[in-house]
Write a protein that binds this ligand. Structure first.
Ligand code: EPZ
Length: 423
């Protein structure tokens, strides 16, 4: 297992290229099951999670061609040899559950392991299953597996989500593409990744309108063609690095980042005294001299402050001049980074879904443990500004969602080393 060793860096400066969005890429890969024609996905991030999804697709009989370190995946699902996603593949990465809808829509049945909880919360899939039932699927849960069948095909439905779930919105939208008739998804999630998936599916011949708003309309088609599509830039990777520069100070441009997807973060950073501006082809963040002001945040579905940037923003607030409150409204257990940040000298107390962060003058390096993807990267941000040396263990969490993290930061002046953990 690898570990990262960080020394306090001075201000970061330079340019960081932003990779394709993990949370879009995973669903684009699953959505490609809907067509028997060749699909080429460009700007695909090279991550443990996307490679894992490719393994699942292989196991379903889908031909994939994805050379090491390439950002282009070619895939063709001319003939599926399996419609089963086993426990081991779904347990390790929840997004693999999203093959259920495309399999059901394409061949009328699928058996996919129930994902189970994860470090950040229980994360049930009831909203996904209710949507497919509304579209005519018979669903039973037996021996830990969701067994879904719609032998005469799915049909369109009017579905109103009680909560704008990202995964359920994406999943229902994929299923509805090949359903008979019209589907309307109301109180749908509005995350930019949903519009990206819809744009991809429309480029193959789907008829989706309204993706990216709370009402999505889908007119079912009988089949999809092939095509080539480039994944949108990763707003969470971009946001993470923006927060890192806010913490260290300096001046960095993020090529491929879209400021329009990062309004809530940009507002919070500006309130903290950081300069954020849109530039040709990206976003530029700079901070010099003056300290950071404390800012309260509240995580919300898009366009609110993203839960996937909450841990990173908390790391930033540990060194602000004053007290800030951070509320997590999406997941019930997403403060695992707080005790680790406290090991670095932060002063964070947790009350239910609220974290009170008393800014401290300085963090001090220490060994810490990565617990999930975004929690891990919050420790990297803290390690960049902590006096002395910080060691982060279990960095496989980071590799699930950040491509070349240390190379990108080191190119701007960070001092991060990766080594094999001997423990
Ligand atoms: C997606 O998870 C992302 N994952 C998450 O990113 C992200 O944090 C989350 O959206 C919110 O933005 C991927 O896209 C692969 P939800 P998802 O369905 O789809 C409850 C990361 O670090 N819920 O919007 O699972 C659920 O328990 C990951 O990259 C139900 O109750 O999120 C949660 O409390 C972590 N029933 C809330 O809704 C359901 O059927 C939001 O979940 C579905 C969800």
């Amino acid at each position: 297992m690898d570990k990262l060793t960080l020394k306090a860096s001075g201000p970061l400066s330079g340019k960081i290229p932003i990779a394709g969005a993990k949370n879009s890429a995973l669903k684009l890969m699953a959505a490609a099951i809907l067509t028997d024609q060749e699909v080429v996905l460009n700007n695909l991030p090279n991550l443990a999670d996307t490679r894992f999804m490719a393994r699942l697709l292989d196991s379903l009989g889908i031909e994939t061609y994805w050379p090491a370190s390439s950002s282009t995946l070619r895939m063709r699902s001319a003939e599926l040899t399996s419609t089963i996603a086993p426990y081991d593949l779904v347990r390790k990465m929840r997004a693999t559950f999203n093959v259920l809808g495309p399999l059901l829509a394409r061949v009328g049945h699928a058996t996919v392991s129930v994902p189970g909880g994860c470090a950040i919360g229980a994360r049930p899939v009831d909203l996904h299953l209710k949507a497919f039932e509304a579209m005519g699927a018979d669903i039973v849960i037996e021996e830990g597996y969701v067994k879904a069948a719609a032998l005469r095909g799915l049909h369109g439905a009017d579905i109103t989500f009680p909560f704008p779930s990202v995964g359920a919105t994406e999943h229902a939208m994929m299923g509805a593409v090949l359903a008979r008739g019209h589907t309307r998804l109301q109180n749908a999630a509005c995350e930019p990744e949903i519009a990206d998936i819809a744009n991809f599916l429309n480029s193959l011949g789907a008829k989706i309108t309204g993706a990216g708003t709370s009402c999505i309309e889908i007119e079912g088609v009988s089949s999809l063609g092939g095509g080539e599509y480039a994944t949108m830039g990763d707003r969470i990777e971009a946001g993470t690095f923006m927060i890192a520069v806010a913490a260290t100070g300096g001046d960095v441009t993020f090529a491929g980042a879209n400021l329009g997807h990062l309004d809530a973060l940009a507002a919070a950073l500006r309130d903290a005294g950081v300069k954020v501006e849109g530039v040709e082809g990206g976003v530029r963040v700079s901070r010099s001299g003056s300290g950071l002001k404390p800012v309260d945040i509240d995580t919300r579905p898009y366009p609110g402050f993203p839960t996937d940037l909450q841990a990173q923003f908390m790391a930033l607030m540990t060194i602000a001049d004053g007290v800030s409150t951070i509320r997590e409204n999406i997941f019930e257990n997403r403060f695992l980074h707080a005790p680790e940040l406290n090991r670095l000298g932060a002063n964070i107390s947790i009350r239910g879904s609220e974290a009170i962060v008393h800014g401290v003058g300085r963090l001090k390096g220490a060994p810490v443990m990565a617990t999930d993807l975004r929690a891990s990267v919050s420790l990297v941000i803290a390690g960049l500004v902590a006096e002395g040396q910080t060691t982060i263990n279990r960095v496989y969490h980071l590799d699930r969602g950040f491509e070349n993290l240390e190379a990108k930061l080191n190119a701007c002046g960070a001092q991060i080393e990766r080594s094999a953990d001997s423990d």
